[in-house]
Each structure stands twice: as C-alpha cells, then as structure tokens.
Design a protein around this ligand. Sequence first.
Ligand SMILES: Nc1ncnc2c1ncn2[C@@H]1O[C@H](COP(=O)(O)OP(=O)(O)OP(=O)(O)O)[C@@H](O)[C@H]1O
Length: 251
Amino acid sequence: MNTHTKVHGKHGDFAIEAKGLVKRFKTGRSWVEVLKGVDFDARHGDLTMVMGPSGSGKSTLIANLSGLLKPEEGRVDILDVDDLWTYGSGRIDKFRLDHCGFIFQGFNLFPSLTALQQVMTVLKYQGLSSADAKKRATTALEEVGLGHRLHQRPNALSGGEKQRVAIARALAKDPQILFADEPTSALDGENGQVVIRLLRRAATEHGAAVICVTHDPRLEAWADRVIHIEDGRILDDQRRTPDPDAQLASH
Ligand SMILES: Nc1ncnc2c1ncn2[C@@H]1O[C@H](COP(=O)(O)OP(=O)(O)OP(=O)(O)O)[C@@H](O)[C@H]1O
C-alpha cells in the first residue's frame, strides 16, 4: 500500500481535535463524571498512546472520539467532519465504517468464520465485490504474517494469531484512524511485540492516526506521543522519538 500518500482532511495533520469533553454516567441516583473537560488531538502518522490507571476514563475517551458513546459536553472534529456528535447515529455509523478501524483486547472475532471471512465481511459491508474483498483480505492477512492461516476459525488460532486477524480486519480497509484498546494485554511479550509493531507500521507506512489505550508502560517505546490521563483529566502530554526496533519480549 501507499506510503504517506493520504490526502489529509481539512484539519491538515490533525485527524482528531476534540475540545471540552465531559462524560457522566448515572450510578443509582447520582452522576459520576468520568471525563472532566478533556481536550484531545491526534495526528496522522502518529502512534498516540493514552495511558492511565484503571478507571481513569481511557476507554470512555476512545468511545467519545469514535462516535460510540455521546459525551454530555464538548465537541469532536474528526477528519472532514465538524462536530461529529451533531450527526445522526446512521451517519456516525457510516463514518466509522468508512474511516475507522478498531482493535480490542478480546479480539471480537466471529466464532464461525474463518480468518479470511472475518476480514472479507467488513470489506463487503463497505461495498466491495466478493472477489475484490477476497483479494484485499488475503493481502491484509499476509501482511500480518497469517497467509498460512486463512481458512482457520478462531478456536484453531492462538491468542496472538487471533489478535493479528483482528488487526488485519482493521487494516484491510486502510483506515485513516485506528483505535486500539489494550491490544496487547491478553498476549505474551512476543505476541505483544508483533502487535505493537503492526500498529507502529500502520502509522508510519499507512499514515494512519493510531490511538492506542494501554496500561503497559513498555509500549511507550514505539509511541510518537504519550498522553497520561488520570481521574478524567489529562495530566501529561509528551512527544517522543519512537524506537521501531524496541524489544518487548521479556527474557
Ligand atoms: N456504562 C457505564 N455506566 C456507569 N459507569 C461506567 C460506564 N462505563 C464506564 N463507567 C465508569 O467510568 C469509569 C471510567 O471507565 P473507563 O472504562 O473509561 O476507564 P479505563 O481507564 O478505560 O479503565 P480500564 O483501564 O480498567 O479499562 C470507571 O469508573 C467505570 O466504572
């Protein structure tokens, strides 16, 4: 696929610019404020890491940014869309399908589909013919090193292989934004390293804005930027130089 040939949207290098996000949940009779006025942005080509303790609001932030969960206050400008949350749910779903990839801790694969079918399904939803979807899906699976596992179902795949299928599925449509929520937490060091390297590559080679939520400080080595969030507020936001050859596997 192309290297950095993406035409960025009207926000230039910024794939996402969000301002003043407030998210509250009702628990019993009271409201808990989980995001307390968060400003967030992410650039194309960057691997942006969002770190923070359990319950600090990381997943909620991703859900607010990606159109999965509506914030009570604030706005999200994303790619060419100004103020995503003024869109109806159908348009938001379509936007997500067309432009965003998702990778979660639990892989979220369909038990009855082979690796190839998992990836093809998304492409067919996007309107590709079966033949084109098959070609693209095969390439995506080959890119993550699963060319020899195309016809296996999830129960015949290891955890690391399952996560690579999920990554192939997310990358096959060449998304401009890739959201990953704890993508390595169910994996050992070696498989975690494969996954973080693939995310690094999605940013560097495909120009995607990769936003990766994690607990694991070892993943910082691959990041262009590390944002710390605690108790619904951003505490720290630092740019750094990634090391694509960093080692994760513990010996
Ligand atoms: N649907 C919900 N209803 C009520 N409270 C919720 C809901 N979703 C999340 N919360 C609460 O919001 C807070 C932040 O949750 P969130 O999942 O965003 O944190 P996180 O930083 O991603 O945590 P973890 O690292 O454990 O996944 C938590 O206290 C959680 O219990």
